[in-house]
Design a protein around this ligand. Structure first.
Ligand SMILES: Cc1cc2nc3c(=O)[nH]c(=O)nc-3n(C[C@H](O)[C@H](O)[C@H](O)COP(=O)(O)OP(=O)(O)OC[C@H]3O[C@@H](n4cnc5c(N)ncnc54)[C@H](O)[C@@H]3O)c2cc1C
Length: 361
């Protein structure tokens, strides 16, 4: 029997497993399909919220913690798994940053370097950028990871360290004993442990309904396209009217993303393809010459204001939740995983845990 069972093999479940194993726990992870094939694979890997000053401090606090942790995490994973997550400090150029006062105040408070380049400086930063703006917000320290590689490296490293991952093993429900979970039910029978962590992304609310919780987590579809270009064509992450391009090291360029409330439907649409292409060409006209290599969709775990739910179940003393990271699970993941492990092991939390606690509504 494991000390703890983590349910969900996305980035949040894997990072939580990494933290709990580092704290000395013996773990099993249950995944309904194959690990990291849902939102954590589909995402863009920008290590910052878009327009970060528009988010509550609860999001900025976790983002800042993770941003400082990422270089060491990627270095360790790259060395130990042999898979490079491609952490690159590309910087983030935001062309429609009209709320300059709010952005400046936020940057001062969170110690973020924020500059306001003029048109010539923008051209020097990203020569392919074509919007005729007079200024933009420039966050030079914003980095990206190649999230499919990050999760692959994480999985390989954790399995090497002894994590037991049971793929194609969905959690179906709970065996309770008083105010504790005795086991999680699966098609292969009950799995017992001392404690349980639900990190099931957009599916979290459904899984916890039978425990008396109504969680405000719902799927929000995001579609993305990928251009295949020569390396070095574009070098900065650029953002305009909520649409962005992300240049990868090998020349591939992602353009995203849509925000759609279509339930658990993960299909791609022609309409989204057209609007994503149009928005990408407006930012970087040279992309119109490149073929679209891939088009996909993922289901973000949407939550109010994007604040994740991290902490114990309000009624069941050995059940914990780490979910609802909405548009920012890659950047918030390391901090929320550490915070969850702080709760579970009784350590002093890395940040004030109250904004993330789960209440009975
Ligand atoms: C298009 C798009 C772009 C994005 N861009 C960014 C970005 O640039 N930066 C950023 O920080 N974030 C980004 N995100 C958000 C980020 O990807 C998510 O917040 C994050 O991946 C959520 O991780 P997760 O592990 O909670 O969910 P998921 O990755 O969805 O993982 C949940 C896992 O739980 C499993 N599961 C579900 N139910 C059960 C069950 N009953 N039993 C067992 N397993 C179960 C699922 O199969 C899945 O593998 C983006 C998302 C999308 C869709």
């Amino acid at each position: 029997m494991s000390d703890c069972v983590v349910i969900g093999g996305g980035l949040i479940g894997l990072l939580t497993a990494r933290e709990l194993m580092a704290a000395g726990l013996n773990l099993t992870l249950l995944e309904r399909g194959e690990p990291a094939r849902e939102s954590s694979w589909a995402g863009g890997g920008i290590l910052s919220p878009l327009y970060p000053w528009r988010y509550p401090d609860a999001v900025s606090g976790l983002a800042r913690w993770s941003q400082s942790a990422y270089p060491a995490i990627c270095e360790q994973l790259g060395e130990d798994s042999g898979i490079d997550p491609q952490y690159i400090r590309s910087g983030l150029l935001i062309a429609d940053s009209d709320d300059r006062a709010a952005a400046t105040e936020w940057a001062g408070r969170f110690g973020v370097q924020l500059l306001w380049p003029d048109a010539a400086e923008i051209h020097a930063l990203e020569p392919r950028f074509a919007l005729p703006v007079q200024t933009a917000a420039w966050l030079p320290d914003v980095a990206q990871v190649r999230n499919p590689r990050l999760v692959k490296a994480l999985r390989a490293d954790l399995e090497n360290r002894g994590l037991e991952i049971r793929s194609h093993c969905p959690a179906l429900g709970w065996d309770l004993e008083g105010e504790r979970v005795r086991a999680v039910r699966t098609p292969a029978g009950p799995v017992h442990a001392d404690s349980f962590v639900v990190a099931s992304g957009a599916w979290t609310a459904g899984l916890l309904e039978s425990t008396g919780l109504t969680l405000p987590i719902e799927p929000v579809r995001g579609q993305m396209i990928l251009f295949r270009g020569p390396a070095g064509l574009v070098s900065r992450i650029s953002l305009y009217k909520d649409r962005y391009v992300i240049p990868r090291q090998d020349g591939r360029i992602l353009a995203g993303s849509t925000l759609e409330h279509t339930g658990f439907d993960k299909q791609t649409t022609e309409a989204a393809l057209a609007t994503l292409r149009e928005a990408a060409f407006e930012l970087i006209p040279d992309l119109a010459r490149l073929p679209v290599e891939h088009h996909w969709a993922g289901l973000r775990p949407g939550s109010p204001q994007g604040v994740p739910l991290v902490g114990p179940h309000p009624r069941l003393s050995n059940l914990y939740i780490n979910a609802g990271h909405y548009r920012n699970g890659v950047v918030l993941g390391p901090a929320s995983a550490r915070l969850l492990a702080d709760h579970l092991t009784g350590r002093l939390p890395i940040v004030d845990c109250s904004p993330y606690l789960i209440e009975i509504k």
